[in-house]
Design a protein around this ligand. Structure first.
Ligand code: GLN
Length: 544
């Protein structure tokens, strides 16, 4: 087992997740089987109970584990699906240690952070490596070196490197090299301090990834090399890239792939980036552009809808059409007519998932615009449920129709609690979660889009379309065309609209750069068709 640890210094939010994902891609491009584990040192057992405003979107894996959004980046960069065991949290580790203590597994010993908690961390990492059949496991340690909560994890990784022996583990430290002052001087001092912090706990980095707004000059690299005791070729410049999928190539160009294989004693082969480069070439082609309005509640923090933005990036890398995303806070829509006018001018509308009453009327209004102006629409989870509410109110003529999540006393509960959710009191990990089989109606739009009638998609919800209304919706032109094996509505589409599709599941979690999700592609294609994009325009600026 070979392990690459990616730690972070100076500040959080340096894009460690992208760096880690890119390192994985470098090895994968060489035919080396890899996998990635994320350590989140917080006490939450999983990310499921966290507000998207604090940590960004909650990503869902096939097995239904709700995880940090970095796992989404790993899946997209590696093109492989991960499991819940790939996200370690302090909550999970302590829960397991305490369960063992209660069972008496520690045979009367005093249970301590070292060796029991660190032992549990090492055991978990080894278990993932074995289960995934990977030659190299990348371990990203969330937070910043020096944080109290990440100490047991770093200590465990130090112990692991001792146990595995020389040449089995590489430590990659990501730091910030700020550019300050009137002449734009790159400063290495924060990096020096954070490496010193790492060395104080017994870890000597093999490589430094310096995040900086601009590429590092050779003298700055030499300075970091001298002060931090790493070879000059192991000081890597990771400047801001407008498209995150450029990062593996930026690292490759600095010899990072070969250096890592050397440190780990692996055979270095010429990397294959054919499909990856094709994606990037298409991405930059900029043949015309379309504007997609995204109407949600957490629009101030783009990370809250990360997988949706990425899914559109994937479409751009496939179709070569620039996709501009315009973000609308649904709460502002009912009180601001100019927003309505802008949404009416967009080429497609997406309403993503969400929870609770705040902002729902704005979502309903945006969906009404999509339906009546015949603008291509994709509703995801809450955006699907809200489309049912909109259709019920304005087409079925049920003005008080609602989801019972918002109005428990509504006379027309077109969206209601899943039967098995009744009596569920705990919030953590109790929704209908993860990959479920969905059967699509032959001849429907969704079946045509997927090119098949049986799919697996990831879920995260407590409410569903009330089966009592399915026939009335159908009679009014909104056809349920996707069902779970136990007959819940998973997808519907409007018959008299170019593209008005809602899905109960989360297609955004399965979109990959080399395999964009068919529903997003279909939405964008419908937008292009609507706009009738003609001649190619100048190269496209990157998405925000
Ligand atoms: N709040 C809705 C439900 O629980 C939708 C969930 C979501 O959009 N992820 O069913």
């Amino acid at each position: 087992m070979k392990v690459i640890v990616v730690s972070g210094g100076v500040i959080s939010g340096l894009g460690k997740g992208i760096t880690t994902s890119s390192l994985g891609r470098l090895l994968k491009a060489r035919g080396i089987p890899v996998t990635i584990v994320k350590i989140d040192p917080y006490l939450n057992v999983d990310a499921g109970t966290m507000n998207p405003y604090q940590h960004g979107e909650v990503f869902v894996l096939d097995d239904g584990t709700e995880v940090d959004l970095d796992l989404g980046n790993y899946e997209r960069f590696l093109g492989q699906s991960l499991m819940g065991t790939h996200n370690l949290t302090t909550g999970k580790i302590y829960r397991s240690v305490i369960e063992k203590e209660r069972r008496g597994d520690y045979l009367g010993n005093t249970v301590q952070i070292i060796p029991h908690v660190t032992g549990e961390i090492k055991r978990s990492i080894r278990e993932v490596a074995q289960g995934a059949g990977a030659e190299v496991v990348l371990v990203e340690v969330g937070g910043t070196v020096g944080d109290i909560e990440s100490m047991p994890f770093l200590e465990a990784l130090r112990e692991l490197s001792y146990e595995l022996g020389e040449g089995h583990m590489a430590f990659v430290h990501t730091t910030l090299v700020p550019v300050v002052g009137p002449v734009g001087e790159a400063k290495t001092k924060p990096t020096q301090h954070s490496v010193r912090e790492l060395r104080a706990i017994g870890i000597r980095p093999n490589m430094i990834m310096a995040r900086s707004p601009v590429p590092l000059t050779p003298d700055i690299k030499a300075k970091i090399s001298l002060f931090c005791d790493v070879p000059p070729d192991a000081v890597v410049s990771v400047p801001d890239e407008p498209v995150i999928y450029e990062v593996p190539l930026v690292l490759e160009a600095q010899g990072v792939g070969s250096l890592l294989t050397r440190v780990l004693g692996l055979t270095d082969r010429p990397p294959d980036y054919t499909a990856w480069k094709e994606f990037l070439t298409n991405y930059r082609r900029g043949e015309g552009s379309v504007e997609v309005a995204v109407v949600g509640k957490y629009t101030e923090l783009r990370d809250a809808y990360l997988s949706h933005s990425e899914a559109f990036h994937h479409c751009q890398g496939h179709l070569g059409t620039e996709i501009r995303l315009s973000w609308y806070d649904s709460e502002d829509i009912p009180r601001n007519p100019s927003l309505v006018a802008r949404i009416q001018r967009s080429d497609a509308i997406l309403v993503p998932g969400g929870f609770g009453a705040r902002g729902v009327e704005g979502k309903v209004r945006a969906i009404e615009i999509a339906r009546t102006e015949r603008i291509p629409y994709l509703g995801v989870c809450y955006g699907f449920q809200m489309a049912a509410v909109e259709y019920a109110r304005h087409v079925l003529g049920l003005p008080k129709a609602n989801t019972t999540e918002v109005d428990p006393g509504t006379p027309d509960p077109v969206v209601c609690l899943l039967e098995e959710q009744k009596g569920v009191n705990e919030l953590g990990g109790t929704m209908r979660l993860g990959a479920q089989r969905v059967l699509l109606t032959a001849g429907s739009k969704v079946a045509e889009v997927y090119g098949k009638t049986e799919i697996w998609e990831r879920h995260r919800h407590r409410f569903e379309i009330n089966p009592k209304y399915i026939d009335r919706f159908r009679a009014a032109g909104l056809n349920a065309t996707g069902f779970s094996v136990d007959s819940r509505v998973e997808a519907f589409e409007a018959s008299d609209h170019p593209f008005f599709v809602g899905v109960q599941y989360h297609p955004e979690f399965l979109s990959r750069p080399e395999a964009p999700h068919p529903l997003y592609l279909a939405l964008v294609r419908a937008a292009i068709a609507r706009k009738e994009v003609a001649a190619p325009v100048a190269p496209a600026p990157a998405l925000a």
